[in-house]
Design a protein around this ligand. Structure first.
Ligand code: UDP
Length: 493
């Protein structure tokens, strides 16, 4: 892999001129950078492209820096660090407003340099710019420079359907109150969803922004595959709503998940050593994505729930945050010297010494999920975590925290690969939190019951459909090949 400055290293770029060139732009955060890097890797290794990854470096979490510095990335992957921006006037992201305002500010300010960077990279001409949802505003700059722009939707096809249908929902609401629409929303191609399960109110402007730009894109790549979302994917081609609204072609190219070649830090390798000592299918893995955090009361309930279940566990336990559920987003992968005993119930670590292991901040998630001793995953249902769990045949306990995770959770339960935790039992500060007995029941259901076996069986079926979608003549590979041919030769898809 080459690292080059924003102004470009002419010689390095010139030497690559023979290969067609694609540019990829991702907002900060592991949930977006990881699948875009995997897409870049496939374009290079399977389709002979060179790829420039434009990295937003302001506030980049340590785990992201490590991912982009990974020496095993292909040599035709060039990382261009976009200039840092001043964030001193913005909310730090660990307050009640959460990370989104800061994230959007960073992206918006950074994209001011996009035009000059794209111009400096135009040798050889970039055949396409692929952006993640938070970077959709790059569309205007790229279009001005005649670079065809594609969205890589790092979520599900259902989320794409919601994105395209959301202006219709929005037009029907009165005074920013969506309740007149009814309790359930029928998005074309999706099962009816509770209004509350769509996206948090905070994200609505961002969703509308995305919805309005989708029709202008050259295409949308989605990190899913036919067998996982057949109805929604067919709806894009057949449902009268999608045939009526202007919509670009959709390319299900997934599941693209992190490959297991990242360097593993020594604390992380200790976790894998611990897993080695556990019996097959005996461990539940507990993790809330790259930035998910729980309140102190919720952590206490979770700790007791795990203890009561009597099951073995590996828990990525971040220090609690009262303010918001994604408070660790900008610190993902930071070394944390805090003692987990300081925020876990008294004596919990001693009592569970033989049963479980707790780690602060970060675990090598893909290596954990693929380990034969892991059978269940308590997850916040971020789309990458969902895919990683399915492609390793692991059943899930859904614990959505933010973004479109409630939608993902509903889909996983409907799909028969997950059980839901209800947030009903304990009320503190007006917040509903999951009680220890509810957590215990869900963990037992996944880890020991017939239902758990059925869920793992279904996850394994989906796992093998994922393998076949990504095989040489699989549907997802075929989609990417058609796109690759189009970008390389100007062919049609
Ligand atoms: N991840 C990890 N170790 C952790 C927590 C997260 O490797 O301790 C990775 C996980 O494998 C996934 C990504 O971080 O690839 C999180 O993405 P996801 O979409 O699940 O959630 P987000 O962090 O975007 O909410």
């Amino acid at each position: 892999m080459n690292q080059i400055s924003a102004m470009g290293d002419e010689q390095s770029l010139m030497s690559q001129q023979q290969k067609p060139h694609i540019t990829v732009l991702s907002s900060p955060g592991m949930g977006h950078v990881t699948p875009l890097i995997e897409l870049a890797r496939r374009l290079i290794v399977d389709h002979g492209f060179q790829v420039t990854v434009l990295a937003i470096t302001t506030d980049a979490p340590p785990a992201q820096v490590q991912l982009l510095n990974n020496p095993s990335l292909p040599s035709d992957l060039h990382v261009v660090h976009l200039p840092q921006v001043d964030v001193s006037s913005t909310d730090s992201g660990d307050g009640p407003a959460g990370v989104v305002p800061r994230l959007l500010y960073i992206v918006q300010e950074t994209l001011r340099s996009l035009r000059s960077v794209l111009i400096s990279l135009q040798r050889p001409l970039s055949r396409a710019l692929i952006v993640d949802p938070f970077c959709i505003e790059a569309l205007e700059t790229a279009t001005d420079l005649s670079i065809p722009t594609y969205l890589f939707l790092t979520g599900s096809a259902s989320f794409l359907a919601l994105t395209m249908y959301f202006p219709t929902i929005h037009a029907a609401q009165v005074g920013r109150d969506y309740s007149n629409i009814g309790d359930k929303v029928c998005i074309p191609g999706c099962k009816p969803l509770w209004l509350d399960d769509l996206v948090p109110e905070l994200l609505i402007p961002q969703l509308l922004n995305l919805s309005n730009r989708v029709p202008v894109l050259k295409g949308v790549l989605v990190n899913t595959w036919e067998e996982l979302e057949p109805v929604t994917l067919s709806a894009f081609k057949e449902n009268p709503f999608f045939l009526r609204v202007p919509s670009p072609p959709t390319y299900p190219i997934g599941p693209l998940t992190k490959i297991d070649t990242e360097p593993v830090a020594s604390t992380e390798s200790n976790l894998l050593k611990w897993l080695e000592k556990q019996p097959p299918e005996s461990v539940v893995y507990v993790s809330f994505g790259s930035g998910g955090t729980l309140s102190a009361e919720q952590m206490t309930e979770l700790a007791f729930g795990l203890e009561l279940s009597g099951k073995r566990f590996l828990w990525v336990a971040r220090p609690p945050s009262q303010a918001n559920a994604s408070a660790s987003f900008f610190e993902t992968g930071c070394d944390d010297a805090r003692d987990p005993a300081s925020f876990l119930p008294d004596g919990f670590l001693d009592r569970t010494r033989e049963l479980g292991v707790v780690t602060l901040s970060w675990a090598p998630q893909v290596a954990v999920l693929r380990h034969p001793s892991v059978a269940g995953f308590v997850t916040h249902c971020g789309w990458n975590s969902v895919l990683e769990s399915i492609v390793h045949g692991v059943a899930m306990i859904t614990w959505p925290l933010y973004a479109e995770q409630k939608m993902n959770a509903t889909m996983l339960v409907d799909e028969g690969v997950a059980v839901r935790i209800k947030k009903l039992q304990v009320e503190q500060d007006g917040k509903r939190i999951a009680g220890r007995r509810e957590i215990e029941t869900a963990v037992r259901m996944v880890m020991e019951g017939e239902e758990g076996k059925r869920m793992r069986q279904r996850a394994r079926e989906l796992q093998s459909s994922a393998v076949s979608a990504l095989s040489h003549d699989g549907l997802s590979s075929g989609c990417l090949t058609r796109l690759g041919n189009k970008w390389r030769d100007g062919g049609t898809v």
